[in-house]
Design a protein around this ligand. Structure first.
Ligand code: PPS
Length: 286
């Protein structure tokens, strides 16, 4: 299998949907508008989930849009080659996704009033989710040995670089009024409460039936059944869901089924070391 990638700002991105020009455009030229809403994540941390939640909140709970337009068109990635095309059709506010670390995020964001939601997931669960994703996605290099994959993951030899660097780059903005930090686990524990927090952050006042509809349509089961968000529109030679579905398990703590006790102890140790200056480290994972 061929696994082409490009490099920008010290990180590696899959060449299937990125070019050096597309990432440079996102970083240097993209003009952020004050009304923009950004969905920022390290891969496999809840990106698609947040795309669905934001679409549904934006539509006041009406699932028509989320069931009729692929999620990558309605909340497109700013760094991908298709960004300009998809953003042209966006109504205000624009809902935009990004996996970029803060250092190469659109520069104009940092002087704007645009809002950003950063979703963090326990890195051990991210590592497991990414392991299966590299297995099913033909455009990514797969490592058969999970122990070796953990090594690559912690040293940042994976798409979008090191989880630790990514998370730390964004946590620097956590106290800003236009920035909301959420965790995958809190979405899982209390989706309704999280939806309400997001609505408040965005200044969206949804009535109870609308909130009910967001929660219902953004559930793992509903998303699995929605072809506009379950990635079944992607051809099998690019994503083979028979090997592993895109919406795979949708749980917290699957790492316990994959890490040996030695691997988890070593990860914990490394996590403490790399995150020692981060006050949120206990709630973010490991
Ligand atoms: S990507 O490729 O970066 O866009 O992937 P991303 O969407 O960030 O992450 C995919 C994982 O998120 C899980 N997911 C969900 N979990 C619970 N509830 C809902 N509604 C939901 N939607 C997506 C998805 O199952 C992947 O995690 P794993 O652990 O592999 O199941």
């Amino acid at each position: 299998r061929v696994a082409h990638s490009i490099e920008y700002g010290g990180i590696t991105l899959p060449a299937l949907v990125h070019s050096e020009d597309s990432v440079r455009y996102a970083h240097r030229s993209f003009q952020v508008q004050d009304s923009d809403v950004f969905n920022i994540t390290y891969p496999k941390s809840g990106t698609t989930w947040m795309k669905e939640i934001l679409t549904l909140i934006h539509s006041n709970g009406d699932p028509t849009l989320s069931r009729s337009l692929p999620c990558w068109e309605r909340v497109p990635w700013i760094e991908q080659v298709t960004a300009v095309k998809y953003l042209e059709n966006q109504t205000c506010p624009r809902l935009i996704t990004s996996h970029l670390p803060a250092e190469i995020f659109p520069e104009s964001f940092f002087t704007s009033q645009a809002k950003a939601i950063y979703t963090v997931r326990d890195p051990k669960d991210v590592c497991v989710s990414l392991f299966y994703y590299t297995k099913m996605a033909s455009f990514l290099e797969h490592e058969e040995d999970f122990g070796e994959f953990i090594r690559k993951f912690v040293s940042g030899e994976v798409l979008f670089g090191s989880w630790f660097d990514h998370v730390k780059s964004w946590l620097a903005y956590k106290d800003q009024a236009n920035f909301l930090l959420l965790t995958y686990d809190e979405l899982l524990k209390d989706l309704r409460g999280s939806v309400l927090r997001i609505c408040q952050f965005l200044g969206k006042d949804l009535d109870v039936p609308a909130v009910d509809s967001v929660v219902e349509n953004a559930s793992f089961e509903a998303m699995k059944g929605n072809k506009m968000v379950n990635y079944s529109l992607v051809p099998e030679d690019i994503m083979n869901q028979k090997i592993s579905p895109f919406l795979r398990k949708g749980i917290s703590g699957d790492w316990k089924n994959h890490f040996t006790s030695e691997q988890s102890a070593a990860f914990h140790h490394l996590y403490q070391e790399k995150m020692k200056d981060v006050s949120e480290r206990k709630t973010l994972g490991a």
